[in-house]
Design a protein around this ligand. Structure first.
Ligand SMILES: [Zn+2]
Length: 433
C-alpha cells in the first residue's frame, strides 16, 4: 500500500460529510490534480462522539462508492500509541504513530552505543542538497540526539510491529509523528530521527515534524512565515536525502498536522513542494464540523436556534470545552460575544463571525476557536443535532465541499488563489458558488 504523492487528512466528526469531502477532491481532479482522502479521527474524538473506528471506515466506503471515486482512500488511526491502537486495527489502514510523549525518555545504553556506531560515518561536516548551511555532526551531538529521540523511535517500532502482527505489513501506511513535541526539530535532528526509524525497520511513508510558530485549531498560522518556509524546505531536502541514504520508502513525504486553515502558509508550501518535486500530506483538524454549524446558522429557523444554543452552552462550560485543547487554541475571552448578544444575531451575523474569512469585518477568531472545540455539545444533543444536519443537507454539503476545495486544496495543491477569500460569505445569502 503506497500512499499517493498528494493526500489530505479530512476529519469528519459526525461522519456525515464524507461525500461532500470527496466531491471537493473530484473538483481538484477536474483541474488535473489528484489528492486522495484520508479520514482521520483520533481516539479522543471517537470517545467524545461515541463512534467507533468501524463507523469511520463505513462512512469512507460509502462516500467513495456513492461519489464514484476511483482512486485510493484511507482511514487514519490518528495519534495512536500502544495503549489506544487496538480498536483501530481492523478498520484503519493508515496509522499515525504518535511518540511525542516518549521524546527524552531514557533508552538502554547499548542501543545508544549501537546507534552512535552506525552513525559514525556522518561525523564531521556534510552537505544536504537543497540546504545552504552544512550539517555539522559531532559525537556529542549524536549522543544527545540518541538520548533525546531513540526511546521515542523505539516506541514507534513497538507500535509498528504490533500493527504489523495483526495486519499484513504492506497493508497499511505508517506515519510517525513528533509534531506534538515541545520544540521544532532541526534538519540534523530530523535526519537522525529518520535514520533511527530506518534502523527500527519501520517502512515509514509520512513523517510529521514540529515546525516553529503556532498551529492553532481552525485558524491561520501564527508565527514567522519566512522561518516556516525555510524549515519546510529544509525538511523536504532532508527527507529526499534520507530516502536515498537510509533506504526508506521512496514515497516518504512530509505530513503537516496543520490544525486546519493555515491559509497564509499554503502558497509557500505549494512553491516548496514544486521546487523539490515532493509529495505532501496535509492533515486538517475536522473543521468540516464548523461547516455544519455554518450551514445550520445560514439556514435560519431551528438551525440557527440550535447553533445559538450550542454557543451559549459552550460559553457556560468554557473551561471544560477548552481543557483538552489548551496547547492548540488561543482564545481572548474578553473578545467572545455574550450568549445574549449571539441570541440576537441574524443568520448572516453568526455565519460571518464563524466563517474563516479574514477580510470579513464580522469574523471573530475567538468565537471560531471556541465553537471548534465544543463539538462535545453537539454530540450531547444527539439526534436533535443530527436530524438538523439531515434537514439542511444541501446547504451544509455545499459549504463542506466549497471549504475544502477553495480554501485548502486549491491554494495548496493546485496553486491557485483561494477564490472565496475576497468575497463576502455566500452561505448566509443562501447562494452557492
Ligand atoms: Zn498531530
Amino acid at each position: 500500500m503506497e500512499l499517493e504523492k498528494y493526500s489530505i487528512g479530512v476529519g469528519d466528526r459526525f461522519g456525515m460529510e464524507g461525500k461532500a469531502q470527496v466531491r471537493a477532491l473530484q473538483e481538484a481532479e477536474t483541474m488535473g490534480v489528484r489528492v486522495v482522502p484520508v479520514w482521520n479521527k483520533s481516539n479522543r474524538e471517537h470517545s467524545i462522539i461515541r463512534t467507533n473506528p468501524q463507523d469511520a471506515r463505513k462512512e469512507a466506503e460509502e462516500a467513495v462508492q456513492r461519489c464514484g471515486w476511483k482512486h485510493s482512500y484511507y482511514v487514519d488511526a490518528d495519534h495512536i500509541g500502544l495503549a489506544t491502537v487496538d480498536r483501530f486495527l481492523e478498520s484503519s489502514d493508515f496509522f499515525t504513530i504518535d511518540v511525542a510523549d516518549y521524546i527524552g525518555k531514557p533508552s538502554p545504553p547499548e542501543s545508544i552505543a549501537a546507534f552512535m556506531k552506525a552513525m559514525e560515518q556522518f561525523k564531521g561536516t556534510f552537505n544536504i542538497p537543497g540546504i545552504s548551511a552544512p550539517i555539522v555532526v559531532t559525537a556529542k551531538l549524536l549522543e544527545s540526539l540518541a538520548q533525546k529521540y531513540l526511546g521515542a523511535i523505539g516506541e514507534a517500532g513497538k507500535v509498528y510491529r504490533h500493527i504489523a502482527e495483526k495486519k499484513r505489513s504492506d497493508a497499511f501506511v505508517p506515519e510517525v509523528s513528533v509534531d506534538e513535541s515541545n520544540a521544532p526539530q532541526t534538519p540534523g535532528e530530523l535526519l537522525f530521527i529518520l535514520a533511527a526509524i530506518s534502523r527500527e525497520g519501520i517502512p515509514i511513508q509520512t513523517i510529521a515534524p514540529k515546525f516553529s510558530g503556532s498551529f492553532l485549531k481552525g485558524i491561520d498560522y501564527v508565527g514567522e512565515k519566512e522561518q516556516f518556509a525555510k524549515e519546510f524546505e529544509d525538511d523536504l531536502a532532508v527527507i529526499a536525502f534520507a530516502v536515498r541514504t537510509f533506504g526508506l520508502p521512496r514515497n516518504l513525504k512530509l505530513s503537516v498536522h496543520s490544525g486546519s486553515d493555515k491559509f497564509s502558509l499554503y502558497p509557500l508550501m505549494h512553491q516548496a513542494i514544486h521546487k523539490f518535486d515532493a509529495g505532501l500530506h496535509l492533515k486538517t483538524a475536522g473543521t468540516t464540523w464548523l461547516e455544519e454549524v455554518i450551514g445550520l446558522a445560514a439556514s435560519g429557523g431551528d438551525g440557527l436556534a440550535l447553533v445559538k444554543e450550542l454557543y451559549g452552552r459552550a460559553l457556560t462550560r468554557y473551561d471544560e470545552m477548552c481543557k483538552p485543547y489548551l496547547s492548540v487554541i488561543e482564545i481572548d475571552k474578553s473578545k467572545l460575544p455574550s450568549s445574549e448578544q449571539v441570541a440576537r444575531w441574524s443568520s448572516r451575523e453568526y455565519v460571518e463571525a464563524l466563517q474563516h474569512n479574514q477580510l470579513s469585518p464580522g469574523y471573530n477568531v475567538n468565537f471560531r476557536q471556541l465553537v471548534h472545540v465544543s463539538f462535545r455539545i453537539a454530540a450531547e444533543m444527539g439526534e436533535r443535532y443530527l436530524g438538523l444536519l439531515r434537514d439542511y443537507r444541501t446547504v451544509i454539503e455545499s459549504n463542506v465541499t466549497l471549504n475544502i476545495f477553495q480554501r485548502h486544496v486549491l491554494p495548496l495543491f493546485v496553486g491557485k488563489e483561494n477564490l472565496s477569500r475576497p468575497r463576502r460569505n455566500t452561505a448566509a445569502a443562501g447562494a452557492s458558488v
